[in-house]
Design a protein around this ligand. Structure first.
Ligand code: 5GP
Length: 164
């Protein structure tokens, strides 16, 4: 799979709406949306509005260091979500993509035993993912370019006016 899958901001808008419709049609009413930073924050924000859920939490997971380059295992960085906050809740985990599935598995296992129910919503799921997400917009085995991470970080240029 040499070619990349491109997701535009516009397509993301439609994708997140369709994902929310899947959740609603399934009758799942989450109390909490748990996003996986950073990519999952966009998905969680869109799902939060579309599903009328205001209770959004964040899990910070570090795994990828480049295109298809990973640390040995995903690790949760502080601040770790509070299990007290999650206790007894119906949780919807939101992320951009389930690739190996290791990131989602880490967060799902973290929730298990504390929550009433936990399900996963992703924009993309790759066929080899170890986690089967309940709600998926598209499946692909390509590397995906997301609109929020396609451009490199901004830099301060020489002579740039900062407070015009
Ligand atoms: P996993 O743990 O399922 O292998 O990977 C999950 C995370 O890795 C995603 O949330 C994302 O940040 C990153 N990732 C995995 N595959 C891709 C991809 O195809 N494109 C981009 N941009 N990020 C990816």
């Amino acid at each position: 799979a040499d070619e990349r899958e491109e997701l535009s901001w516009e397509a993301f808008g439609a994708a997140s709406r369709e994902l929310a419709q899947q959740v609603a049609a399934d009758g799942y009413e989450p109390d909490i949306i748990l996003s996986i930073a950073r990519g999952g924050l966009f998905v969680a924000g869109a799902l939060g509005y579309a599903l009328d859920v205001k209770n959004l939490h964040v899990a910070n997971v570090e795994f990828y260091t480049g295109v298809d380059e990973r640390l040995p295992v995903p690790i949760m960085l502080p601040p770790v979500p509070s299990v007290v906050d999650l206790s007894g809740a119906r949780v919807l985990i939101a992320d951009d993509v389930a690739d190996t599935g290791a990131t989602l598995k880490l967060v799902r296992d973290f929730c298990a035993g504390h929550v009433a129910d936990v399900r996963c919503a992703v924009v993309y799921e790759k066929p080899h993912s170890s986690v089967r997400c309940e709600y998926v917009w598209r499946r692909t085995d390509r590397w995906i370019n997301f609109p929020w991470s396609t451009l490199p970080p901004v830099v301060r240029r020489r002579g740039q006016v900062l407070d015009a």
